[in-house]
Design a protein around this ligand. Sequence first.
Ligand SMILES: CCCCCCCCCC/C=C/CC(=O)SCCNC(=O)CCNC(=O)[C@H](O)C(C)(C)COP(=O)(O)OP(=O)(O)OC[C@H]1O[C@@H](n2cnc3c(N)ncnc32)[C@H](O)[C@@H]1OP(=O)(O)O
Length: 279
Amino acid sequence: MFASRGLLRSSRRLVGGISSATRTYVNLSKPSTSVAVLELDRAPVNSLSKEMADAVSAAIKEAEGDDKVQALVLKSSNPKIFSAGLDITEMNNPEVERLEDFWRSIQDLFLTLYGSRLSTVAAIEGHSPAGGCLLAMSCDYRVMTEGENFKIGLNETKLGIAAPYWLKDLFVKTIGNREAELGLGLGKLYSPSEALSVNLIDEVVKNEDVLEVAMKEAETWAKIPPKGRVASKVMLRSEMMDELREKKELDVGWFRDFIMEEGTQKGIDAYLKSLGGKK
Ligand SMILES: CCCCCCCCCC/C=C/CC(=O)SCCNC(=O)CCNC(=O)[C@H](O)C(C)(C)COP(=O)(O)OP(=O)(O)OC[C@H]1O[C@@H](n2cnc3c(N)ncnc32)[C@H](O)[C@@H]1OP(=O)(O)O
């Protein structure tokens, strides 16, 4: 029960040594011995398609494969958008099989990031709604750029959908039950200062400082002896992860049935058309 599957993942089958490895949708680099940087790079808004989610999971595993690396900074190539969350087109009039595989990739990304042996610091540059907020909350520490027009939170209800139970649980763990009731029910998107006041993020910094602050924080975490640090992380996170592992396919079914409903499709379609005003 203590050593949750995956959290103390073996690195043997993973590629070691990171030297500015660049691949589709993500860039992985290692600016210091103990800290890797994973940049989300899927224009225009870093939305999480199945392929994007798989690429992020693979890059985290690659960073974990280097035994010297103890911390990971998650950042964006877009200074105004950390991630726009799940790729809504994946849920708009989808093929059922693809939809189910998409959700498995999202579940795996959450389990990989939330359960990483690495200390993870989110450098939240700009907007971070829904799935973007999921990425940020899955990290150990969150630094967000200032600018009251930037927003973070779980706005699913505004799209006519609901967050899955494990995302709701993560939200409650992060900001507490009452604020989560307000945030989820209203589909509230928080400005950086509001997010700080409810502990959704840990720090607000100037745009130009975000990477430096995140790197410094990551270096601090990387200095903590990993045995005790990882054991503490396991104790805090394994229950939630184990529950999702047990219910994975049930959760896929809930997601599929919810998304395929006619009413849900109408809501997603209307929301997608409202975005950018172009679709
Ligand atoms: C019993 C209950 C069981 C429940 C089980 C069901 C569980 C369901 C869970 C579903 C979970 C969902 C979580 C999500 O992440 S849903 C996604 C939510 N994301 C959003 O609402 C963000 C939408 N985007 C924006 O608000 C803005 O784009 C932005 C991030 C603020 C940036 O604004 P900006 O003006 O710079 O950019 P545009 O809006 O013009 O967008 C540029 C183009 O990108 C397209 N776009 C934007 N976001 C997405 C997205 N998330 N997915 C796909 N495409 C996106 C946009 O349409 C523009 O495209 P265009 O240029 O072709 O028009």
